[in-house]
Ligand binder design. Structure first.
Ligand code: FES
Length: 124
């Protein structure tokens, strides 16, 4: 049912936890199931230097968060904002149709964190 890639990221999630001294934070919830994802980032000069996630959710949400952090780490915020849930699903070599909604959390968490960073920058 799940690809090897999904199982790998589920069993060995990358970048799990919270970035020390983060300056961007996004928490999003999935309206369909109530699961929650929190992403923290350290952004320097518009580049995502570090990113970590915590997911209170299903295995597909853990796998998508994990691969999404890998996909945006080292990228500029503009590049990271282009991350779509379909790109995340593609990187995982597919998800079962009933689990596609789980991948939306990762895209939304990245956006929410960057939005938060922009708000903070505006405040300074
Ligand atoms: Fe909730 Fe997957 S079932 S994120």
């Amino acid at each position: 049912m799940y690809t090897e890639r999904v199982m790998d990221h589920f069993n060995n999630p990358r970048n799990m936890g919270e970035v020390e001294d983060y300056n961007a934070e996004g928490t999003v919830g999935n309206a369909k199931c109530g699961d929650i994802m929190r992403m923290t980032m350290r952004i320097e000069d518009g580049v995502i230097e570090d990113v970590k996630f915590k997911t209170f959710g299903c295995g597909a949400a853990v796998a998508t968060s994990s691969i999404a952090t890998e996909m945006v780490k080292g990228k500029t915020v503009e590049e990271a904002l282009k991350l779509t849930n379909s790109a995340v699903v593609e990187a995982l070599e597919g998800l079962p149709p009933q689990k596609i909604h789980c991948s939306v959390l990762a895209e939304e968490a990245v956006r929410a964190a960057i939005e938060n960073w922009r708000e903070r920058a505006g405040e300074e």
